[in-house]
Write a protein that binds this ligand. Structure first.
Ligand SMILES: C[S@@+](CC[C@H](N)C(=O)[O-])C[C@H]1O[C@@H](n2cnc3c(N)ncnc32)[C@H](O)[C@@H]1O
Length: 504
């Protein structure tokens, strides 16, 4: 007799399953998640609009997913994840991947696919628990790992949970080196689509404009030039045909046969599981939305997924959120969102992307235990000076070690320190979370506003606390705390790296 199913057990037994050393059962994964709760704290807040904030977690997603269980079990309507592809290398920020570009994340798996699956499996078990009864999961995978992950997902969601394998053609084939690679171009990726339940899930079939070839079939014209095609009537009743006639939707051929008219200006094609119309960034590196984050996906791809599998107001989560593409699209489409990433540069990219886009407040929660990441400990690349300037307080970034003497007035690039800074923000007051009240980011493109190195901000009086948060180009975050010095000037205080950062 089959054993009774407990929480976290798949709904149906799959006929085949994948095994690797150390693989746990879903029940064991959940028991461990409940036993090892890692704490998070609200460390940053961006104010915009009203209402309950959206959430970005800086930490390991296995801890985040475990922590979310308490409040979010069965409440998330759509999860999209785009984990590392198992490329066996580290990935850097930037458009050309130069060795000097900052490290974003590590995609090396010394134990090969077994090690990769050992990482992914518990996360998939926890994500399944978070999905609502009508919820959907999209898992974005490279071509090498997709077949393995597919088998694992079948095991977790049962055979009835599989909906589609979407094949996304990222780039047009045949450019440069790909022509000489002695194999077919690897220009496709898979998006595995599962639903928590075989029925009752939300899905809005997307459509797209007709291709020129499909449009060419609309050869007939009304007297006013409107194009249509004529299709055999099939099994319409006489009553229906009379109604269509009254609506002018019946075409009578020269031989007297009746057909139904389909107009070109009303026609759309159903989007199927082969997506060739959404180019990636391989050939579009100058695209405005490309932020240089490795593995960043185009917004159009996420837009298609979110429009099909979520509704306005639904909760959408991406626990490998990278540059925050899912979160930015969710914000734009009026969905609520939860994001997570381990990499300091991912979180920093999300700060700069979401700060100007947010229509609601959002919070960044930091994992309290030290996290594994790829940056080194070290000194902040900058100092801060604050002084009264009439009724306002003047805060400026100065070269490191130059906080006492009133600054040098050095500008970006002059002393090689400002280029190390990705962005900085100011908070006035002493809330438990840092509020990004005033924000400036390094420009990505010549058209972006320059990084402001000085601000004048109203502070209500002497003794009010200033907090400055600076992120460098490795995504390391430093905070400066202190009351503004007296109106006659004075030392500004000292820097401390607040987020625990360990060498990777
Ligand atoms: C391919 S990128 C995601 C890109 C994203 N879809 C976008 O459009 O920018 C994969 C991300 O997974 C993150 N990641 C890898 N392991 C993680 C973990 N255990 N917890 C949280 N994030 C993780 C990496 O830091 C990286 O940012």
């Amino acid at each position: 007799m089959p054993a009774a199913k407990g929480p976290g057990e798949p709904t149906d037994q799959p006929e085949a399953r994948l095994v690797w050393p150390g693989k746990a059962t879903p029940r064991e994964v959940l028991a461990e998640a409940e036993a090892t709760q890692v704490r998070f704290r609200v460390a940053e807040r961006f104010d915009a609009g009203d209402g309950e904030p959206n959430l970005l977690f800086w930490g390991d997603n296995v801890h985040v997913a475990a922590a979310l269980l308490e409040r979010w079990r069965g409440r998330i309507d759509l999860v999209y994840i785009d984990p590392p592809f198992g490329l066996q290398r580290t990935l850097r920020m930037g458009w050309g991947s130069h060795p000097s570009d900052p490290l974003a994340y590590d995609d090396r798996w010394p134990e090969g696919w077994a090690g990769y699956l050992q990482m992914l499996y518990p996360r998939l078990v926890l994500i399944r628990e978070l999905l609502s009864e009508r919820g959907s999961l999209y898992v974005h995978m490279g071509p090498q790992l997709a077949p393995y992950v597919r088998v694992v997902l079948d095991e977790l969601f049962g055979p009835g949970g599989f909906r589609n394998e979407i094949v996304w053609r990222r780039d047009a084939a045949g450019k440069g080196g790909k022509r000489r690679s002695l194999q077919w171009p690897r220009n496709t990726e898979s998006i595995l689509f599962y639903t928590r339940r075989p029925r009752g899930y939300h899905f809005e079939q997307p459509s797209r404009p007709l291709s020129p070839r499909q449009a060419a079939a609309y050869r007939l014209r009304e007297p006013d030039g409107r194009r249509f095609r004529a299709v055999q009537l099939g099994n319409y009743t006489e009553t229906s045909i009379r109604r269509l006639e009254a609506e002018g939707r019946i075409y009578v051929s020269p031989s007297g046969r009746r057909y139904k008219k389909y107009y070109l200006d009303e026609a759309t094609a159903t989007v199927d599981g082969l997506w060739t119309d959404l180019p990636g960034f391989g050939t579009r590196t100058a695209a405005r939305e490309h932020l240089g984050y490795p593995g960043q996906k185009p917004e159009a791809l996420l837009e298609r997924i979110l429009l099909a599998s979520s509704r306005p107001g639904d909760w959408v989560a991406d626990l490998f959120c990278g540059a925050g593409t899912t979160l930015a699209v969710a914000e734009r489409l009026g969905r609520r969102w939860i994001g997570c990433d381990l990499a300091p540069l991912a979180v920093q990219t999300c700060r700069r992307r979401l700060a100007p886009a947010a229509r609601r407040p959002f919070e960044i929660h930091w994992e309290e235990a030290p996290v594994r990441c790829t940056v080194h400990e070290g000194l902040p690349p900058v100092g801060v000076e604050a002084a009264w300037d009439g009724p306002a307080v003047r805060v400026r970034l100065v070269p490191p070690g130059d906080v006492s003497g009133g600054g040098t007035g050095a500008g970006a690039g002059e002393q090689g320190w400002a280029p190390e800074i990705d962005g900085w923000s100011l908070d006035v007051g002493a809330g438990s979370a840092f509020r990004h009240r005033w924000v400036s980011f390094r420009p990505y493109r010549p058209s972006d506003p320059p990084l402001a190195l000085e601000i004048r901000s109203a502070a209500s009086g002497a003794g009010e606390r200033l907090v400055v948060q600076v992120a460098d180009r490795d995504g390391r975050v430093f905070r400066f705390h202190g009351a503004p010095p007296g109106r006659d000037g004075g030392r500004a205080g000292s820097w401390e790296p607040l987020h625990p950062v360990a060498a990777g």
